[in-house]
Design a protein around this ligand. Structure first.
Ligand SMILES: O=C(CO)[C@@H](O)[C@H](O)COP(=O)(O)O
Ligand SMILES: [Co+2]
Length: 225
């Protein structure tokens, strides 16, 4: 059985109490913190930057921080996030002129690196940089907002990317982001995902421990490809 990672997206957290919210989801059983960075240019929304990542580290957060960059251009923000304590950094290939170079820049700093593919982006690009990837993140909604509905065609894409990863023999995580809940997480795991971002399904729940527990319960029943 794969080891499954649950990564609550703080996009749906109460930003006025962010440190406390992060402590609570970690306490409730989350593995990573998913940190959505939006620039009102690559996506039509504006969120948080490296200062907030650093503030969480200063607050005492030791869990891996999974930084999802939805910014264009991406390169100039990377050193700031590394300095701020990011554990892994993923970016959208359209936001870099030199994808291979950007991946190297992240990895050379000791951070894990990954590419994010939007729902309509082909996974073919992975083939050419697979040896520089620690993670592939598949968007199962169009990026920019929390609380959207999972796009079903992502399941087919997950199966395809799972095969590419397995055939490579490399240790690469396959993360899914958008519309994930206890209702569909098992099906998503069975299609090949091993890391699950969930924003509204966790932060809008009355009890984070129950919400994460229900996801783990569903994952324990999954029979992955
Ligand atoms: O990157 C994004 C949105 O662009 C995500 O990380 C969302 O924040 C996930 O939220 P839910 O769909 O789980 O509510
Ligand atoms: Co995200």
């Amino acid at each position: 059985m794969r080891d499954f990672i649950i990564a609550p997206s703080i996009l749906s957290a109460d930003f006025a109490r962010l440190g406390e919210e992060v402590d609570q989801v970690i306490e409730a059983g989350a593995d990573w913190i998913h940190f959505d960075v939006m620039d009102n240019h690559y996506v039509p929304n504006l969120t948080i930057g490296p200062m907030v990542c650093k503030a969480l580290r200063n607050h005492g957060v030791t869990a891996p921080i999974d930084v999802h960059l939805m910014v264009n251009p991406v390169d100039r923000l990377i050193p700031d996030f590394i300095e701020a304590g990011a554990s892994m950094i993923t970016f959208h290939p359209e936001a870099s002129h030199h994808i291979d170079r950007t991946l190297q820049m992240i990895r050379e700093s000791g951070c894990k690196a990954g590419l994010v593919l939007n729902p309509a982006t082909s996974p073919d690009i992975i083939d050419y940089v697979i040896d520089k990837l620690d993670m592939v993140l598949l968007m199962s909604v169009n990026p920019g907002f929390g609380g959207q509905k999972f796009i079903p065609s992502t399941l087919k894409k997950l199966r395809r990317v799972r095969k590419i990863i397995d055939d490579s023999g490399l240790d690469i995580r396959l993360e899914i982001d958008g519309g994930v809940s206890a209702r569909n997480i098992r099906q998503i795991a069975e299609a090949g995902a091993d890391a699950f971002v969930a924003g509204s399904a966790i932060f809008n729940a009355d009890d984070y421990k129950t919400a994460i527990g229900q996801m783990r319960e569903e994952l324990s029943k999954a029979d992955p490809v």
